[in-house]
Design a protein around this ligand. Structure first.
Ligand SMILES: *Cc1c(COP(=O)(O)O)cnc(C)c1O
Length: 395
């Protein structure tokens, strides 16, 4: 098949790059012509352990021979083991399994509402979210998202969201609280919104504000979770704990799985029959995620990511910090953005032509999402290519 050939049988919902990828291993991808690429996108923060990662492949093969699916009317061993691992290694006590980030956030939204309405008997349902945030593409999660472009043409939208709070601005959250408010939801690094990390003080004050007003604090860790920012979950770096958090992208290293996790006090809100999904936590999906999590914990992958992230950030600032088209290089762990003074699309295209796969985060940011096991040589190779691309850019 020709590289980037267009298939008329699919909705053109994605503005795809003209590349047809046929194979991957570690940090490398190969296209239909056999051309090799260094992958700094990890399928959008999904293949955090690299492509075709052997321990996950082995776990999947083993599970394929044993059991694929029985529905959530029965118990399965991999699901129970994954839930135990997740609660042992995080601040959460309870897990609900689903299939994607949007679904995990839907579950968080439903849990928050049901907790107040069903358990507490209060008519509170409004959730405060932030400008430039991204929480998914279902009707509720796109409504929670603080970007007009994802809502275009989908009215009427569900009620109960205020998505105009300003990130890193506590006063704007205070001003948004009313008698109907039940929760505040945010990403600890606004990833799709341009790789903007939350300030530590802001997050700590937000925790206090939520306690004062009896609100649930929800972290969307769909992109920041699974070691991406240098700890297993980003909240660990903020010295506080959320009431609810969500995970998806990196959880299965490419096998689709998501989860919504919460504190024990919310248990009654999600009793039998309250929420469900057919594919939530199948034996195959949970076997993959269990292999990912086990490897990350045993090999201290988040700590490796923290060190490599610091190295990348430092080297990129060294090489690109003074470039006339670069406004800033920012990020947390291995979620890094090169913020440009204008559109980043041409630079991203030029990087692809130089066999380095990077992706945007909004119109002006080149986003770097290498796998967390990236070697120093691969890091240096990527930095060299990116530096070359920026230096040959005409602005
Ligand atoms: C990707 C993403 C989502 C949506 O996840 P899907 O699996 O695409 O539904 C939600 N929140 C954040 C922060 C994300 O990065």
């Amino acid at each position: 098949m020709e590289n980037g050939s267009v298939n008329q049988a699919m909705f053109p919902t994605y503005a795809r790059y003209p590349l047809t990828i046929v194979r991957g291993a570690g940090s490398k991808l190969w296209d239909a012509q056999g051309e090799e690429y260094l992958d700094f996108s990890s399928g959008l923060a999904v293949t955090n352990l690299g492509h075709s990662f052997e321990p996950v492949k082995e776990a999947l093969k083993k599970q394929l021979d044993e059991l694929w699916h029985v529905s959530n009317l029965f118990h399965t061993v991999p699901q129970q083991e994954l839930a135990a691992l997740l609660t042992e290694h995080t601040c959460a006590d309870l897990v609900f399994f689903c299939n994607s980030g949007a679904e995990a956030n839907e579950a968080a939204i439903k849990l928050a509402r049901r907790y107040y309405q069903h358990v507490r008997g209060e008519n509170r349902y409004e959730i405060i979210t932030f400008k430039q945030s991204f929480h998914g593409r279902t009707l509720a999660t796109l409504t929670a998202t603080g970007q007009d472009k994802v809502k275009d043409g989908f009215a009427p939208l569900p009620e109960g969201f205020y998505c105009e709070a300003l990130y890193n601005d506590l006063e704007s959250v205070k001003a948004a609280i009313n008698e109907r408010t039940c929760a505040v939801m945010l990403e600890l690094v606004q990833a799709e919104g341009g790789v903007i990390p939350a300030d530590k003080e802001f997050v700590q004050q937000l925790r206090r504000l939520c306690d004062e007003h009896d609100l649930l604090l929800i972290f969307d860790e769909v992109q920041t979770g699974m070691g991406r920012t240098g700890t297993l979950f980003a909240y660990e770096q903020y010295g506080i704990e959320p009431d609810i958090f969500t995970v998806a992208k990196g959880l299965g290293n490419g096998f689709p799985i998501g989860a919504m996790l919460s504190k024990a006090k919310l248990v009654e809100a999600f009793g039998p029959g309250s929420h469900a999904t057919t594919f939530g936590g199948t034996p195959i999906a949970t076997a993959a995620a269990k292999a990912v999590l086990t490897y990350m914990i045993e090999h201290r992958v988040p700590e490796q990511a923290r060190q490599m992230g610091e190295y990348l950030l430092g080297r990129l600032r060294e090489e690109l910090g003074g470039h006339p088209y670069v406004q800033e290089v920012r990020g947390l762990g291995m979620l890094i953005g090169v913020v440009c003074k204008g559109p980043a699309a041409d630079l991203i295209k030029a990087a692809h032509e130089e066999r380095l796969l990077v992706v945007p985060a909004g119109p002006n940011v080149v986003r770097l999402l290498p796998n967390l096991l990236l070697t120093k040589e691969e890091a240096e190779q990527g930095i060299q290519i990116l530096t070359r691309v920026f230096r040959s850019q005409r602005s």
